[in-house]
Design a protein around this ligand. Structure first.
Ligand code: SF4
Ligand code: SF4
Length: 72
């Protein structure tokens, strides 16, 4: 599944996870001041968003949505 949720009660809308994601999966809803999952199927389960969120609001599941291409 990859990224599976953002806990609204914890999210402050800081936008760090949006900037962390190399796959452009997360978008900031500026009106609601919340991060939203926009393109879940593009998630490669790198955990950067979860790691960088200071509020521990991002939930990433261990199952991969996409295979990470190997360099060899
Ligand atoms: S980094 Fe965490 S608190 Fe900040 S917008 Fe993303 S989910 Fe919300
Ligand atoms: S796990 Fe990685 S690819 Fe998936 S939403 Fe988070 S930062 Fe983006």
């Amino acid at each position: 599944m990859a990224i599976i949720g953002i806990v609204e009660e914890k999210c402050t809308g800081c936008g760090i996870c949006v900037r962390s994601c190399p796959m452009d999966v997360i978008r900031l809803d500026k009106q609601a001041k919340l991060a939203r999952i926009a393109y879940q199927s593009d998630c490669m389960t790198c955990y950067l968003c979860q790691k960088d969120c200071r509020e521990e609001a991002v939930i990433v599941s261990a199952a991969r949505a996409k295979h990470i291409p190997l360099a060899w």
